[in-house]
Design a protein around this ligand. Sequence first.
Ligand code: FES
Length: 114
Amino acid sequence: MAEEVPVTVRDGDREETLSVERGTTLRRALRDADFEVYAPAAKVANCSGRGICATCGVRVWDGAGEEPDADHWHDALAARYGYPRLSCQLTVDQPLTVELIEKRYWGQLLPRRE
Ligand code: FES
């Protein structure tokens, strides 16, 4: 039996903890639970999880409050420069907290402002 991992998702006022099969991509887990990672235009025009379009960005932290390591070059750039992480390039292999980002048209992937 596959191990389940908790993923807490915040989307505005909505917060829900999902039980996600270890090894699932974060994009798939979010979409399966009816959380939308895309802006309206990107919902129909995205790279289907190939790590190219950069429209599936979310904020994400592990149990220690750190961003998970990046495996994919494009996600590594996002991590390095403080942009939202590519949910299609993150595998759920530990408890995570995810914050969805309001996107109006496309990806609106802006660096974090602190
Ligand atoms: S779906 Fe295109 S980069 Fe994630």
